[in-house]
Design a protein around this ligand. Structure first.
Ligand code: ATP
Ligand code: MG
Length: 466
């Protein structure tokens, strides 16, 4: 495969194999325990268990990625990732509570109830590989399979940003920083390891990761990493819709949705995920206002520890196109109710080409939309039923948002606020049905945070593309 690539796309291959100018594996800095701020108290009990068991079995074991980066920044990591020289099968054997996941990117998940510690084996640059059994790329340079194992130095070169290539060694508690990662952390810069265009082609999701981390950490994306994004953004269309959905959760459910959205627009990324929304907000400023206000409100909710469901975010993002499509349907003579139903189906099926929308969010999203008309109507005989509906709270918030951005709905929002105040017993009833955001860290400090998923399944981690 690599050979074939070489002949069909020489320039691309040349870029891909070209050693990274700014980074090489000898470019490592070891920061002794007394020179950095990471204490084992900052690391979750489960992550420590994994690290120690690997060490005891004679393997190298490091904490890597956000776990190291965020602690150094004084933040609480979202999750802990471990990397080791043990092969996935060896890791799996060491932990009864583990499962091997992925075929193209083999990993082990060590599961502690709802907490998952992801263990990855050091990966090497696949351009060294003699056969294509373990590594595979598409014509466009995208990594399809990446199971070539190597040393920690090689592993560092496969990671995306320098600040994500910091390794905390459980053996002596030192931190290894590659390619100036620690300086970039101090200077608040997201710098890609390797040649940016090739790294984005290998995995276009890295473009989303660049803006996500920049927004989350308040970092700047360094120019060579930022410049190619606008042009390469359409490569995201090749990413499976299910992976894109997982990314959408990380982008918009982590408390920095507004800043992330701004960066995404600036870099032509939002249009790849939500093309119809982008078009509508470009053409109509009130749609833009609604999307922006929803993101501001969502960030506020997260900062106040309140619940937030992906169904709400999706219902807002798709609302402009829903209204436009409904209008079109009506202009073709459809009855308003049918026009709405048809528009819902069309808008959802268009969106699913870009991001999947799992049923458990799609149904509530359609309920939020479906309840708007009833909330506006306020038919006396329906009031109790409406307020007792499991989706009332989200639908009411949606109604308030519409009013907040200037829609004239005959003060329906005030009506429902008052109705709830006057009927607390009914509100109690809906509270029981309400979506609940799971405890942030499963009740524990440094535990996992789940992406606003509203069922009780263990958290899903999307596989890293190293
Ligand atoms: P957070 O968990 O806060 O979102 P993170 O940096 O830990 O941030 P993860 O998705 O958990 O991100 O991945 C763990 C590490 O794996 C990253 O820090 C990075 O080193 C590596 N990684 C993940 N995804 C990619 C990718 N697409 N390309 C290269 N490296 C990646
Ligand atoms: Mg992580």
């Amino acid at each position: 495969m690599l050979k074939r690539l070489q002949s069909t796309s020489k320039s691309l291959f040349a870029k891909f194999t070209k050693p990274a100018k700014s980074v090489d594996s000898s470019d490592v800095q070891i920061i002794e325990r007394k020179q950095h701020s990471i204490s084992r108290n900052d690391i979750s009990e489960n992550a420590l268990k994994v690290l120690y068991r690997l060490k005891k079995a004679g393997f190298e074991a490091h904490l890597v990625g956000g776990g190291v980066r965020d602690i150094l920044l004084g933040e609480h990591p979202k999750d802990f990732d471990v990397t080791t020289n043990a092969k996935p099968e060896e890791v799996h054997k060491l932990f009864r509570n583990s499962r091997l996941i992925g075929r193209r990117f083999k990993l082990v998940h060590v599961v502690f109830g709802r907490d998952v510690i992801e263990v990855a084996t050091f990966r090497a640059g696949h351009d060294n590989t003699k056969n294509n059994q373990h590594a595979k790329q598409s014509e466009s340079g995208m990594l399809l399979r990446d199971n070539v194992y190597g040393s920690i130095d090689e592993d560092a070169m496969r990671r995306d940003f320098t600040v994500n290539a910091l390794y905390y060694d459980i053996k002596d508690f030192s931190v290894r920083s590659y390619a100036g990662g620690i300086d970039d952390l101090n200077n608040k810069v997201m710098r890609l390891i390797g040649e940016p265009e090739a790294r984005y082609r290998e995995d276009p999701v890295r473009m989303l990761r660049a803006v996500r981390f920049a927004a989350k950490l308040g970092f700047k994306i360094d120019k060579p990493a930022a410049d190619p994004i606008k042009e390469l953004a359409p490569l995201l269309l090749d990413i499976p819709a299910a992976r894109m959905f997982e990314e959408v959760l990380k982008l918009f459910m982590a408390g920095k949705a507004k800043a992330t959205f701004e960066l995404m627009e600036q870099h032509n990324l939002f249009a790849q995920l939500f093309p119809h929304t982008q078009q509508c907000i470009n053409e109509n400023s009130s749609y833009r206002k609604m999307v922006e206000q929803a993101l501001i409100n969502s960030d506020l909710r997260i900062s106040q520890g309140k619940s937030l469901t992906p169904a709400f975010i999706f219902s807002v993002f798709l609302w402009p196109n829903l209204l436009e499509t409904k209008k079109k349907n009506e202009s073709m003579g459809m009855h308003p109710a049918d026009a709405m139903q048809q528009a819902q189906s069309d808008v959802v099926s268009h969106q699913q080409k870009h991001t999947s929308i799992p049923k458990r969010f799609m149904i509530p999203m359609r309920e939020i939309w479906g309840m708007q008309y009833r909330l506006e109507q306020r038919k006396p005989r329906q009031l109790e039923n409406i307020v007792g509906h499991g989706r009332f709270r989200a639908a009411y918030d949606f109604l308030l948002l519409r009013e907040q951005v200037g829609e004239q709905l005959g003060e329906a929002g005030d009506f429902w606020t008052q109705f709830q105040e006057e009927n607390p017993h009914l509100v109690q009833q809906h509270k029981r049905n309400e979506y609940k955001r799971p405890a942030r860290n499963g009740g524990k400090r440094n535990g996992p945070r789940r992406n606003g998923d509203d069922d009780r399944r263990p958290p899903r981690k999307s596989k890293p593309r190293l």
